[in-house]
Design a protein around this ligand. Structure first.
Ligand code: DX5
Ligand code: ZN
Length: 223
């Protein structure tokens, strides 16, 4: 599978949201990455259901919803109704993660788990079979435009090793500080979904930047 690109709408121009959604529709992007922040789990707030539903009205690609909120179980159905295809909850916000993931799958969505930069991959050892997507945070969640944390490469490799033979279809998503400078190394480490906010929307040609990120491919190893 070629890697997927998920532009983060957090960095879009909210006064021109329809324009930016349509740009992503026409681009080489695969998903819309939707960041939901509650001001409690992370020190920032983003947007809620009305804005997400507005995005969904125009989006022609799946919505990949990243919940940076406490007690996500309370809202899963509403996120599904607002158009979520994937729902990712934070490991750090879920006391009963197994139950939460089951509830997401019961809604017909892909079930994702996000790990903060300090949360070790090995904590997923006993739940990895029940996860469709792991989102490795490569910045501290809460804001776009931050610097990529290099330890993420090690976490990707560990996750790749963990899912070998157990969950080969696992999507390994990297979120935060992704751009042309680190895409190749992330893909070589084993990532297959890249979220990009600032790299896309701060570029003078966002659609072309998406194509660039999409067309980078891991070098084929020769003997
Ligand atoms: C951070 C969010 C990210 C963010 C990424 O809390 O989860 O999705 O939008 O933005 P960049 O690509 O600018 O780091
Ligand atoms: Zn995100």
């Amino acid at each position: 599978m070629s890697h997927l690109i998920a532009p983060s709408v957090l960095s879009a121009d909210f006064a021109n949201l329809q324009r930016d959604v349509e740009m992503i529709n026409r681009s080489d992007a695969d998903w819309f990455h939707i960041d939901i922040m509650d001001g409690v789990f992370v020190p920032n707030m983003s947007f809620g259901f009305p804005v997400m539903s507005a995005i969904n009205k125009y989006a022609t690609k799946p919505l990949d919803v990243h919940l940076m909120i406490v007690e996500p179980d309370r809202y899963l159905e509403q996120f599904k109704n607002a158009g979520a295809a994937n729902i990712t909850v934070h490991y750090e916000a879920c006391t009963h993660l197994h139950r939460t993931l089951q509830a997401i799958r019961d809604l017909g969505c892909k079930a994702g788990v996000a790990l903060n930069p300090h949360t070790p991959v090995h904590l997923l050892e006993d739940i990895i079979d029940n996860i469709d997507l792991v989102c490795l945070m490569s910045v501290n969640p809460g804001f776009g435009g931050q610097k990529f944390i290099e330890n993420t490469y090690k976490k990707i490799r560990e996750l790749k090793a963990m899912c070998a033979g157990r969950n080969e279809d696992l999507l390994i998503e990297v979120d935060g500080g992704v751009g042309v400078h680190n895409t190749l190394a992330l893909l070589q480490a084993g990532a297959n979904v890249l979220v990009a906010g600032n790299a896309v929307f701060a570029d003078e040609n966002p659609s072309q930047m998406i194509s660039q990120l999409k067309n980078i491919s891991p070098q084929i190893k020769t003997a």
